[in-house]
Design a protein around this ligand. Structure first.
Ligand SMILES: Cc1cc2nc3c(=O)[nH]c(=O)nc-3n(C[C@H](O)[C@H](O)[C@H](O)COP(=O)(O)O)c2cc1C
Length: 213
């Protein structure tokens, strides 16, 4: 099995979200050493801009048109990334909450890879995602607390969005670990971080990992 780790924090070694993901990965590798782990650090890789030529190519293909050289080049850049994504069995997303949702680097990646014909298709019965057998773990951290029942809960557009967009691609098996609140008081942050790290370690046992290499 192959896991793709999408890193959407810009803070490198200082990132608390990443420190939780490292616990998850450490336990995963300890229990399932055959899993191959690849990383995409979304703040350092250069993603193709979703601008004029990429968008034109997308619409042209939708209408059954033919791409010119520039269109083919633009389409290849996005389709290669979409094919790369769908080639994995398991995903780990490391994303702090930014403005109630996800950092723009992750949104940019999603805007690139969500391509009809590669991640999903429209059928007579509605949209159909192709990543039906894939699993995903999303590890997030937040400055405030958005737990169910808290006054901030309704402002959490991060978990619902990630569930919706990757659910659209077919991934229904999505698990979350949230560390919160991390920016209210140091003792609260410490306790929340330890709790999230423990949840992340235990998360490994919730996944279906096959022995296949
Ligand atoms: C640009 C930006 C926007 C943020 N927006 C929110 C927010 O909407 N809600 C929140 O609770 N925390 C917000 N935070 C705080 C981070 O989610 C929090 O500090 C998180 O733990 C940072 O994770 P990291 O250590 O992995 O970078 C924001 C931080 C930044 C830099």
């Amino acid at each position: 099995m192959k896991l793709l780790h999408l890193i959407a924090t810009t803070r490198g070694e200082q990132s608390r979200t990443l420190s939780i993901s490292k616990e998850f990965l450490h336990t995963l590798k300890e229990k399932h050493p055959h899993i191959e782990v690849d990383e995409l650090d979304l703040s350092t890789i250069e993603l193709p801009p979703v601008l004029d030529s990429t968008v034109k190519a997308k619409y042209l293909l939708m209408m059954g048109g033919e791409l010119d050289d520039q269109g083919q080049k633009s389409w290849k850049e996005v389709s290669d990334l979409a094919e790369h994504f769908i080639s994995y069995d398991l995903f780990l997303i490391t994303a702090p909450m930014w403005n109630f949702s996800i950092p723009y680097t992750l949104k940019h990646y999603i805007d690139v890879i969500m391509q009809a014909g590669i991640l999903f298709n429209f059928t007579a019965n509605g949209p159909e995602g192709f990543a039906k057998y894939e699993q995903m773990v999303c590890i997030t951290s937040r400055g405030s607390d958005y737990s169910p029942g808290s006054p901030m809960h309704q402002l959490d557009h991060q978990e619902p969005y990630l569930r919706a967009i990757f659910g659209f691609a077919g991934i229904e098996d999505i698990h979350f670990v949230h560390a919160q609140p991390l920016d209210m008081a140091p003792d609260l942050a410490q306790a929340a971080l330890e709790k999230a790290k423990e949840e992340a370690r235990q998360m490994v046992d919730k996944l279906t990992i096959t022995a296949e290499v």
